[in-house]
Structure formats: C-alpha cells, structure tokens
Design a protein around this ligand. Structure first.
Ligand code: ARG
Length: 468
C-alpha cells in the first residue's frame, strides 16, 4: 500500500510512519533553508539527464520550469508544506509533481537523496556559508586596521601572564588580532577547495548506471572536481567538520579579542570606552554600562566549539556508506553560520566605534617594563645576556628595597653593582625609544607596524583565492 505517491519511498510499506516517528525523523523544518541549493542541483541534474538521453529536451524544460516555479514559491513565502514532506528533497519533488505531473518522476533517475543531500550541503557552504563568514571576517579586520591607522603612535603596556611586560604600540596590539583572522580566511579558502568536489552522480552508494557526464555537471554547478569514489562521496562529511573547526577557531579568536577589550574597558584599565551602541545597562544599578556585546561574543564561542564536537561525535563509529545519523550534520552547521553571521558584525562595530584613551594607556606604562632594555644596554657594552639579566635583577631589587624608581637610582648605585654602567644608561628609560628599537620585521616599532598595515591593507583588498 502506497497511498501517497509523493513520499519518496513506501512501495514496500503497509503502514505510514507513527506521528512520533515522523516528528523525530523529519528534517524539513531545518533543511528547508537548502531549497535554493536543492533546486539549483536538480535543474543541473535534469539537464544532465537530457544530455544522457534519459529525458527529451522538452521533458527537461518542463522540469526546469517547474523547479523554477517551486523556487519562486519558497522565495515568495507561498510554498505550502504537506505532511509527507519529510525533507527538502521530498518537498521539492512533491510540489514539482503537483505542478507538472508524472514527468516529475523522471528527475530522480539514477539519483539518490544520499548524493543529493551531500551536493546541496556543499552548495550551501560554497555559495552561502563560506562567503558570509569570509565577509564578516574581512569587516572586522578592516575595523582593526582602521583603528591602527587612527592611533599610529599610541603606546601601551604589553602583557604576558596578564602582568605588565614591555611597552607596545597600541596599533601593534590591534594588529595582533588581525593576523589570526587572516589565517581563518586562509583556512576557509582551503576548506572551500575540498568542499568544491561534486558528489552528485554517486547514486545511493555504488555510482550511477546511466551515462551522466559528471564533469559537465560539476562545471555547471561550480565544482572544481568530481568525487572519485561513490561510497565515500555519500558518507563524506569532512568538509562540514573542517568548516566547523574553522568556525570554532574563529570563535576562539573573537573570544580572546573580546576578553582583551572587556578588560581594557574597565575603570581599572580605562584604555578604551565602548560606544553606547554596543553596550547595555543594568536594570538595578543606574551607573552601569556593560560590555555585553563582547561578553556575549565570548559566550558564543562555547556554542561554536559545541557545534564542532556535535558533528564529530555524530560521525564517529558510523559504518561506511550513508547513515541517517548524518542528518544531524545540518543543525550544528546552520547554527555555526548563524552565530558567526550575528557575531562578526557586532565585534566589527564595537571595534570601529570604541574611543581610545591614549593618555590612559601611556599612564599605565612604568619604568620596570624597561628592565629588559637595561639588560640589552649591558649586552651592547659587551656582557653576555645571561649575566646582564642577573645584574639588572640586582638593580631592580635595590630599587625596590630603597623605594626609588630605576631612573632615579644614582649612577654610583648602578656602578657599585656593575662597572659597565655609565651615565648614558638613563637613556633607556623611555618607552618610545624601547618601542622604536624593535624595528626588525614583525616588531612593534612604528616603521615595522607601518609595514604590517601596508601588508594588511593589501590582503584586505585581494580576493579570496579561487578554488583550483
Ligand atoms: N534528510 C536526509 C539527510 O539530511 C536526506 C538523505 C536521506 N537519505 C536516506 N537514505 N534516507 O541526511
């Protein structure tokens, strides 16, 4: 009994699915967002069937026109789902059948939902997910570069272990958050390369018995290659795992930037003030202005990590070929894309609009942060660095014990500790000088940072590498 010809299976079944089973099993509520990709894949497939002589060109044109109408209904919001629409593939085919009749039944020749869903998901990544995330990354990178250009001279304390370490240019700190995002964009390009491999034409698992020109199909759909093994092609979800890893790592990068800015915006630091537009208030304490945009960014990174772990746990231990477990790949994927689509513009906006307090950053510098420069001074006088480190340690202790800052300690004190110290040692106590000396590539000197900005701008202007 197959009361409903538009279920894609059912010939051998005597009972419809239980209501609980249907609710459990149906993916239409979340995979309907693949409609444009599903229809695009089907239009290309109808043409491939015609080229293979399995459809007349009239039939193919009927199918293509019908599919275009189904797409229009989704776009206009007039598509009416039916109870048997278990997934987007079923829904589109059911509606196509209503629109054009029996010829709709020829579209699935040699095709399975297994190669179809893998094709749809890859198209979604290539055409929607990756471009969205890449544009969001670029916007944030641009905001970082723009702030770096607006504050080319500002000095700030640099930290290790969250303890004051050495002076930095504020622009150097900003750009330290540019490069991880650049690597993320490279990772996306790499992920896109492996995503752009076409599974369609693999059938359910064993390949298609029909003379489908898979290369032509790949070209038409914008894939750079065809999958070399049908059994692998229907079960491969590596490209989703790779994307989710990149998304999780972007989450980690955003979280670290957010954490820095949350600290820097406290009264204790006071290095930056977030714009009101990216802050919120307290319902109880009238004076509060909270960096919610950044805290939520930090929180969302947990969710992105979860999406990756969810998928890996779903895939682990599944036997070869397609398994229904794989339907669980979509919600974490969609969640990660939506999360980043929401988060990236907020972080970019918060960075672009924050007020920078150069004087507060300068005031947070202290002379002890120049102790390394003092050791370098002794190195220039010919001492081995290890010994210089030891000697400056004694100077720092002496200064701490007598309560005198390093720059006020008399020359006699210095010379009593080591005779290599001379009157020119006091030149060391200048944070701008310390920064300016670090002019080797990648250092914090203004000229090295200018070079970084130049590189960053060139990377922002260049397109993402195309899939080879
Ligand atoms: N909704 C399914 C999924 O997302 C489509 C593939 C169904 N394949 C099957 N053999 N039942 O994985």
């Amino acid at each position: 009994m197959n009361r409903n010809p538009h279920r894609l299976w059912g010939g051998r079944f005597t009972e419809p699915p239980a209501e609980a089973m249907r609710r459990f099993h149906d993916s239409f509520p979340f995979d309907r967002r693949l409609y444009a990709h599903d229809i695009r894949g089907s239009i290309a497939y109808a043409r491939a069937l015609a080229r293979a002589g399995l459809l007349t060109s009239e039939e193919a044109e009927q199918i293509v026109a019908g599919l275009a109408q189904v797409r229009e209904e989704f776009e206009q919001g007039t598509f009416v789902p039916a109870s048997e629409d278990e997934d987007i593939h079923t829904a589109v085919e059911r509606r196509l059948h209503e629109l054009i009749g029996e010829v709709a039944g020829k579209l699935h020749t040699g095709r399975s939902r297994n190669d179809q869903v893998a094709t749809d998901t890859r198209l979604y990544l290539l055409e929607e997910a990756i471009p969205t995330v890449e544009a969001g990354l670029r916007e944030l990178q641009a905001a970082l570069v723009q702030q770096a250009q607006a504050h080319p001279q500002a000095l700030m304390p640099g930290y290790t272990h969250l303890q004051r370490a050495q002076p930095l240019l504020f622009a150097h700190w900003l750009l330290s958050h540019f490069w991880p995002l650049q690597r993320d964009r490279e990772r996306l390009a790499d992920c896109r390369r492996r995503t752009a491999v076409l599974p369609l034409g693999s059938g359910a698992l064993a390949g298609t018995p029909f003379p489908i020109d898979r290369e032509a199909l790949a070209q038409e759909l914008g894939f750079r290659a065809v999958s070399p093994n049908s059994l692998d092609a229907v079960a491969d979800r590596d490209y989703i795992a790779e994307f989710l890893f990149v998304a999780a790592l972007i989450g980690v990068h955003l979280s670290r930037l957010a954490e820095d800015l949350i600290l820097f915006s406290t009264a204790e630091f006071g290095f930056v003030t977030l714009a009101d537009a990216y802050s919120t208030g307290s319902s109880l304490m009238p004076q509060k202005k909270n960096p919610d945009s950044l805290e939520l960014t930090r929180g969302k990174s947990g969710r992105l990590l979860g999406d990756l772990v969810t998928l890996l746990a779903v895939l682990k231990g599944t036997p070869s070929g397609y398994n229904k477990d794989f339907q669980e790949d979509k919600e974490p994927l969609f969640d990660a894309v939506e999360t980043l689509a929401l988060t990236l513009p907020v972080v970019a906006g918060a960075v672009a609009t924050m007020t920078v307090h150069e004087e507060r950053m300068a005031a947070a510098l202290d002379e002890a942060m120049l102790a390394t420069d003092l050791a370098d001074y002794l190195v220039e006088k010919g001492l081995p660095f290890r010994q210089a480190h030891q000697i400056v340690g004694q100077v720092v202790r002496e200064a701490a014990e007598t309560g005198v800052p390093l720059s006020q300690l008399p020359l006699a004190c210095y010379r009593a500790i080591h005779p290599a110290f001379a009157a020119d040692l006091y030149r060391v106590f200048d944070a701008a000088r310390s920064v300016a000396r670090r002019r080797a590539v990648g250092g914090t000197a203004p000229e090295a940072v200018r070079e970084q900005i130049r590189q960053a701008e060139a990377l922002l202007a260049s397109e993402m590498p195309a899939p080879e």
